[in-house]
Design a protein around this ligand. Structure first.
Ligand code: FPP
Length: 251
């Protein structure tokens, strides 16, 4: 893992000069601390975080990234105080409704994965409309992890495979990594090449545990609401300097 990067930034010109990761995933962290430092309620930090979401999407599209996955709400986040959960759900719905037209116009496809049945009906409706409206987007595919937990996802895969074995459609010996990955919620897109986590915490936090097996990890101490396109470009340029070995030795 990389050491902490103190707000490393880079320019679009520098990003365009070389290889760009196909898939960037981000653990957006630090909204609460951002608010506390300003004497504001936590929800103000989440609201400010919405601006950073726009920055990340715009930056990824400009850089030529194909897939951007954002960890917006984890399984564990349901245990936060009800007032904060309500505020996050309201912001999510507001974001989805307010950005739909612009995302569609910029050909950005958005899909959501996670246990959406736990979301309030209004948020579910807004997400469904956004997915439908942006379905034809080809510039960038944004995946929002909402009410998502990787262990729950992996348990779901185990159950699905067990059911197929019980029905006699699959033999346990035929289960390999490819077969397993074929049951993941993320099965239709490539694994992340680069994971960015903001606010300095060096943890994976139950995010894409299977899919991040070979991802490069970039931790920045920038708090999520302060994250800009230039921070994303900085992470991409840093990624370019890594030697990805996928468990092999250098030849
Ligand atoms: C972590 O900060 C962030 C979240 C739990 C939620 C992320 C949500 C947004 C950025 C807003 C809307 C998102 C979308 C996709 C519309 P934290 O509260 O854990 O911060 P802390 O660690 O400083 O307390």
């Amino acid at each position: 893992m990389s050491g902490l990067r103190d707000g490393t930034t880079s320019s679009l010109e520098a990003v365009r000069e070389g290889e760009v990761p196909t898939h960037v995933a981000i653990i957006m962290d630090g909204n609460g601390r951002w608010a506390r430092r300003r004497g504001l309620p936590r929800w103000e930090g989440h609201r400010a975080g919405m601006t950073a979401v726009r920055e990340a999407i715009e930056g990824a599209a400009k850089a030529g990234v194909s897939h951007l996955t954002l960890y917006a709400f984890s399984d564990e986040n349901w245990s936060r105080p009800p007032s904060e959960v309500d505020a996050l759900m309201a912001l999510l719905e507001e974001y989805v409704r307010s950005q739909r037209e612009a995302l569609t116009r910029h050909s950005i496809r958005v899909t959501v994965f996670g246990d959406r049945m736990r979301l309030p009906q209004a948020a579910r409706d807004a997400i469904g409309e956004l997915e439908l409206s942006t379905a034809g987007g080809t510039a960038l595919h944004v995946h929002l992890a909402i009410s998502y937990g990787s262990r729950a996802e992996i348990v779901g895969v185990a159950r699905a495979l067990a059911r197929r074995c019980t029905r006699g459609e699959l033999s346990p010996e035929a289960i390999d990594a490819e077969c397993f990955a074929g049951e993941l919620l993320t099965r239709e897109w490539p694994d992340p090449d680069l994971l960015i986590r903001t606010s300095g915490e060096q943890r994976i936090s139950n995010f894409l545990l299977w899919q991040l097996a070979y991802a490069e990890i970039f931790v920045t101490d920038v708090l999520w609401p302060d994250f800009t396109q230039e921070h994303l470009f900085g992470a991409v340029v840093d990624y370019r300097g890594r030697e990805r070995r996928f468990g092999l030795v250098k030849t």
